[in-house]
Design a protein around this ligand. Structure first.
Ligand SMILES: Cc1ncc(COP(=O)(O)O)c(C=O)c1O
Length: 508
């Protein structure tokens, strides 16, 4: 049985003593004085900090032990299966980290003259061309920092397109399916659109008849992921694209599930005009805990002029930043985007090559369908929607039957999975599935690891029907037991930083 370490570890700000040091760094101030005369010559007094920074003072060994203890209370992709559906938590190859952490990457600055950063510009330029090829789009912009920011940018570009056609006043509606991720309606709404929801049919796909009655002269566009959040491929995608385009709208591809079709099918060929790519999912860069990510966006030829500036361009003299784009919607993020994350993706694609990239989709789909076949036999779990249809890279089970029969909910199952040393699947998403457990194994795991997960699910089902208390009170073996999730996410009670904690406790 798995047991996670439990350290009674204070916050680093509560540790140490004044005067304790790790390394003794040279007196920088003295060195500067020697070199340039006085610190004031290079840093005017008004820019210099008056108060001392309130930083913890610790020895090196204290810091190492602190973070080692914390890591022992954590779970990560390097430890085992992390089947968070939709999030695509795949293994992050260490070579990519090594490259992104190398001095030639960390030592450069985005304000440097572009002639001195030709290497990274070339990498970013090539990456954008590869992503255009992979997605079947004309041009790619690497700036957005996440899928959600790509969605927002895409929605702004839809507005710009309709504005150019003098239709922005009447094209006020953005259609999203009822299986959509919450960021889709949120991004559309932030860009000023009214969100219109279209239902799914019993196959788990967009209800085409309902879509026909939804599209109109008010349609700005449709946001869709394919395969969708049930893991089912929208086979009627060409009809969907036709309906939206005939009505004068644009089609936006939410790239969260691109892993399933990588190298096999391209959103651009399906009729999508705008596509985002979640680099941190599809191309194996680390994520979780809020970032950092990258959400490049690819567009068809007619939308290219609206992409953010600057664009990385190439001429016979080398790579340069092109600001001369009068129709651009502006900037969505500073500089070129999260360059280190993008470099990791570049290395990831390069190390796999075209064949390896295709294999990603094959193994991810194989793994998901293996799990699906095995879990179908487990008491209390049902597979809603799309009976008889193959899933792609993920499958969504419902624990509704288990809830009705023994009072054990999807949340309890997820908490109990932690006790067996496995990360929980995505729970309660998509919203159209009651008691949803959304499982995405990715291509990163061997059969033995998948079998361990299947065995764990069998055991939990057995416990639910024979000793529900064990599941209802889980986790018992994890470092942290049940959290007060409302308190953790309520703006009045959440404490996201030490400063916030001090403010909340009245100590600052
Ligand atoms: C289906 C889907 N769409 C969009 C997003 C948003 O992507 P990001 O987290 O990169 O902002 C997610 C994130 O998990 C997702 O699962």
């Amino acid at each position: 049985m798995f047991r996670q370490a439990r350290w009674d570890e204070p916050i680093i700000f509560e540790m140490g003593k004044p005067g304790r040091r790790g390394h003794i760094v040279p007196q920088v101030e003295e060195e500067i004085k020697e070199a340039v005369g006085s610190v004031e010559t290079i840093l005017p007094p008004k820019l210099r900090r008056k108060n001392r920074l309130r930083l913890p003072e610790l020895s090196e060994v204290e810091v190492v032990r602190h973070f080692t203890r914390l890591s022992q209370m954590n779970y990560c992709v390097d430890l085992g299966l992390y089947p968070l559906g939709s999030c695509t938590m795949k293994y992050n190859p260490k070579i990519d980290e090594l490259l992104a952490g190398s001095a030639s990457m960390t030592g450069i600055h985005p304000y440097q003259d572009e002639r001195t950063v030709q290497g990274i510009l070339e990498i970013l330029y090539k990456l954008s061309r590869w992503l255009a090829e992979i997605t079947g789009t004309h041009e790619v912009c690497l700036q957005p920092a996440a899928g959600a920011q790509g969605e927002f940018l895409g929605a702004l570009m839809m507005r710009a397109y309709h504005e150019e056609n003098d239709q922005v006043k009447e094209r006020t509606e953005l259609i999203v399916p009822d299986s959509a991720h919450g960021t889709n309606p949120a991004s559309g709404s932030m860009a000023g659109f009214q969100i219109v929801v279209v239902p799914s049919n019993e196959n788990g796909c967009i209800d085409l008849e309902a879509l026909k009655t939804t599209v109109s002269k008010h349609t700005a566009g449709l946001m869709l992921t394919n395969p969708n959040t049930l893991g089912i491929f929208e086979t009627e995608i060409e009809e969907i694209a036709g309906l939206v385009h005939d009505a004068g709208g644009l089609l936006y591809y939410d790239g969260a599930n691109l892993n399933a079709i990588l190298g096999k099918a391209r959103p651009g060929d399906m009729g999508f005009d705008i596509v985002h790519i979640n680099i941190h999912k599809t191309f194996g860069t680390p994520h979780g805990g809020g970032g950092p990510g990258a959400g490049p966006i690819g567009v068809s030829e007619k939308l290219e002029k609206f992409l953010p500036i600057p664009r990385i361009a190439s001429s016979h003299e080398g790579y340069y930043l092109d600001y001369d784009k009068p129709h651009s919607v502006g900037k969505i993020r500073c500089f070129y985007g999260n360059a280190a994350v993008l470099l990791k993706a570049f290395a990831y694609i390069m190390s796999l090559g075209a064949e390896g990239v295709e294999e990603i989709a094959e193994i991810a789909v194989l793994n998901a369908n293996y799990i699906l076949k095995k879990l179908r036999k487990i008491a209390g779990l049902e597979l809603p929607y799309g009976e008889g249809r193959q899933r792609k890279h993920e499958c969504v089970f419902s624990a509704e039957k288990m809830r009705k029969e023994c009072g054990v909910r999807a949340l309890n199952v997820s908490k109990r999975i932690l006790d067996y040393g496995i990360h929980a699947p995505t729970t309660y998403f998509p919203l159209i599935v009651d008691e949803a457990l959304m499982i995405e194994p990715t291509e990163s795991y061997e059969k033995e690891e998948l079998d361990r997960f299947i065995e764990t699910m069998k055991r939990i089902s057995h416990e639910a029907y024979n000793c529900p208390k064990t599941v209802l009170e889980a986790p018992q073996n994890a470092a942290i037991t049940r959290l007060d999730e409302t308190k953790a996410s309520h703006p009045k009670t959440m404490r996201l930083s030490w400063k916030m904690h001090l403010r909340r406790t009245g100590s600052s």
